[in-house]
Design a protein around this ligand. Structure first.
Ligand code: ATP
Ligand code: MG
Length: 286
């Protein structure tokens, strides 16, 4: 169970003159499922890397402020030391496959080799994560013979098997079909229900709206807003930040549905259905 605290985080990549992160402050509670949205270049991946310690310990550059994972200040520890506690999945799954393992099963086992686990526990964790990501049927296949989506799920399974306390996913479903994306979101939701803190960067707004407890809205290195999906996606200035609200929210707005004070627009199908039902029996789809 890990809490994250970010205090006035500022960061500039080497040889650039612009802040990729510009004064980010927030707190994330253990077990929260956090969605991160914002246009290209907003700083979402950079923020993810700041939570793994790769920013600044690998990328270097100019860094200010602090990031804490429980009592550990991220910058002061080796990246290797932190990675048992903070698991991350990057934008490109291809880069996360070792390339040295003959099978999917061995690929997941590889990450666990330094954990000092008994053979039974190791087997149990591998089976569990292969099942969770629905790739158990490929266990004997060569990792590079998988499709992009299957490989993406393998990268996630390898991280999950390590049972990190925090899991950071940067566009983990970019290669997945709708069913595959749904499976990944459901698997990650299960982890968050078990107390794992989840930070997920995603452009798939409907999914972020449905699964996140809170959403970070980023733009130009700044954290513009950090609130419930309903509050974030009810903002009427979202397009200024290159973010489209969920279709359900757009439909309710386009229908001119009025909200009472403090009420937010629906962000999921179920919420939209409830609001439309409340607006009176006169609503009939054609
Ligand atoms: N390795 C790097 N070296 C120099 N500048 C970088 C590097 N990586 C990112 N940047 C710059 O930092 C800023 C934030 O980039 P970042 O990759 O964090 O955005 P993002 O929100 O993840 O965008 P996307 O949606 O395209 O993935 C951008 O201006 C980008 O050009
Ligand atoms: Mg990115």
């Amino acid at each position: 169970m890990a809490e994250i605290r970010i205090e006035n985080l500022k960061y500039k990549y080497p040889y650039t003159d612009r802040l990729a992160l510009n004064g980010i402050t927030c707190q994330i509670k253990p077990g929260e499922f956090i969605g991160v949205v914002g246009s290209n270049g907003a700083g979402k991946s950079t923020l993810s890397q700041a939570l793994t310690g790769l920013v600044p310990n690998f990328y270097r550059g100019t860094y200010g402020g602090k990031v804490w994972i429980d009592e550990t200040e991220v910058r002061t520890v080796e990246v290797d030391e932190l990675c048992q506690k903070v698991g991350s999945i990057f934008q490109k799954p291809f880069n996360q496959i070792t390339g040295s393992k003959a099978t999917v099963y061995e690929e997941v086992a590889f990450g666990l080799e330094n954990f000092g686990l008994s053979e039974t526990e190791m087997k149990e964790r591998i089976e569990e994560s292969l099942e969770l990501l629905d790739i158990a049927q490929y266990r004997d296949r060569a990792p590079f013979d998988l499709s992009g989506g299957q490989m993406q799920r393998l990268a996630i399974a390898s991280i999950i098997a390590m049972r990190p306390e925090v899991i950071i996913l940067d566009e983990p479903t970019s290669q997945l079909d709708p069913q595959g994306s749904e499976a990944v979101f459901q698997a990650i939701e299960k982890l968050s229900q078990q107390g794992i803190t989840v930070i997920m960067v995603e452009h798939k707004i409907e999914k972020i709206a449905a699964y996140s407890d809170r959403v970070m809205l980023m733009h130009d290195g700044k954290l513009i807003d950090f609130d419930t999906p309903q509050t974030i996606f009810s903002r009427d200035d979202l397009d200024q930040y290159g973010v489209m609200p969920p279709t359900f929210t757009q439909i309710c707005r386009a229908l001119g549905l009025t909200l009472s004070d403090g009420q937010t627009y629906p962000v999921t199908l179920e919420e939209a259905r409830q609001l439309l039902a409340m607006e009176g029996g006169s609503y009939e789809p054609h």
